[in-house]
Design a protein around this ligand. Sequence first.
Ligand code: DX5
Ligand code: ZN
Length: 224
Amino acid sequence: MDCFTPLILPSLLAADFSNVAAEVKRAEDAGAQWLHLDVMDGNFVDNISFGPAMIEAVKRHTDMFLDVHLMIQRADHFLDRFIKAGAGNISVHVEARYDTSLLSTLQRIKSAGLSAGLVLNPSTPFEAAIPYLHLIDLLLIMTVVPGFGGQPFMEKETMPKLAAARDYREAHGLKYHLQVDGGIYVTTAPIARQHGANLFVAGTSSFGPPDMKASMAALAESVK
Ligand code: DX5
Ligand code: ZN
């Protein structure tokens, strides 16, 4: 696949937690290549999901690329545990607190041989990402306020920022993927596609329907 081929990433947050191994297999059988894993600490966001033990358990059941989205404070303190657990990409928030710094956290992710992602909340301007863009593999533009699945896509607040991130990438010869996360459905994914996204995180709209193969195919078709 070329660098910016559109890809649908199911988010495990919307899976049945009582049957994770089967849910991971359902995503794999539905054609997912990347699985998105939402780590929440009850501090950076108002919800608690799971930690490195879950990443490690999932890793034992799949060859999918594990895309770990850290919605936590002090990601640098916990970083080695997520690397050891089998993450393929680790994304960290520009708004979060670090014991060291965001810059050195991204550098450590890269030095470990992983893909490094940076995340912007809906209210954070694109400019906040500029000092880090030369380092990262992926820029995630949140399309909801993070913390919960099932929220509506914030088109007006986030699409101009996504387009700005795409235009900046083209103007400066940079290479980061553009990812969107939150409220992604067959109706909203094409809007994000038009504004430059190529990685589409989908929770409710992928794991939600009983026929995940069909829901993934419909999402993929919508961003072709
Ligand atoms: C939101 C998470 C998302 C979430 C998306 O805080 O970062 O990854 O799983 O869920 P949906 O697709 O249901 O909006
Ligand atoms: Zn996420």
